[in-house]
Write a protein that binds this ligand. Structure first.
Ligand code: S6P
Ligand code: ZN
Length: 191
């Protein structure tokens, strides 16, 4: 049995920076999201989001945590979003706690059932196991949230890469609209 030492990290509520910097930093660009937006990617080098991880053990009895900084912007009318994933271990749950900005959390089951939750400073969104999840920044400032999840959850990106997500989130003038994703398929497309 390994016993980990307790520790404190400081998370900047505005920027999401973790001090002291600990685990890896993952940066995603539009080039990492080819085919996920309705329109072709306008600028492959555009930074869409950063994820700062805390350095914690990764067994099924540990918790992992990270902050996501999802920068404002659009592709056509569609707001910047994360790639979205199911947990590789499907029943692993997660909490998102929003620190700053305004967003929507899209949730989908593999059979296409879906829900949408608001994200704003102070919201704690519970993501039960089996729900795929994608975050969308619908504001003019970075959307920053702190995620805590069972440490062996892992990532299944392939399911959403191949099927898409049931909903899209778009700007309609000053309004935020949700619409069915015309490119969504509840089953994997034939090769
Ligand atoms: C991890 C958690 C988040 C996301 C992050 C980026 O389980 O849900 O930390 O990893 O928001 O999203 P994505 O879909 O690129 O992993
Ligand atoms: Zn997750």
């Amino acid at each position: 049995m390994t016993i980990t030492n307790p520790f404190t990290a400081h998370v900047d509520l505005g920027s999401g920076q973790i001090d002291p910097p600990a685990g890896p930093l993952v940066s995603r660009y539009l080039r990492d999201m080819e085919g996920m937006y309705q329109l072709p990617i306008p600028n492959p080098d555009r930074l869409v989001y950063d994820v700062h991880y805390l350095d914690t053990p990764t067994s099924s009895s540990d918790l992992s945590a990270c902050t996501t900084i999802l920068y404002p912007g659009r592709v056509g009318d569609e707001f910047h979003m994360t790639k979205g994933h199911f947990h590789a271990v499907r029943d692993r749950a997660e909490f998102y706690f929003t620190l700053s900005g305004e967003g929507r959390l899209l949730l989908a089951l593999e059979d296409g059932g879906h829900e949408t939750l608001d994200m704003r400073p102070g919201t704690a969104n519970y993501i039960p196991g089996h729900w795929g999840h994608r975050s969308v920044n619908v504001g003019d400032d970075p959307l920053v949230f702190f995620a805590v999840f069972i440490a062996d959850a892992g990532y299944d990106y392939a399911t959403i890469e191949s099927r898409g997500f049931p909903l899209i989130v778009q700007a309609d003038g000053d309004h935020v609209t949700l619409a069915p994703n015309p490119r969504y398929s509840p089953v994997d497309p034939l090769p």
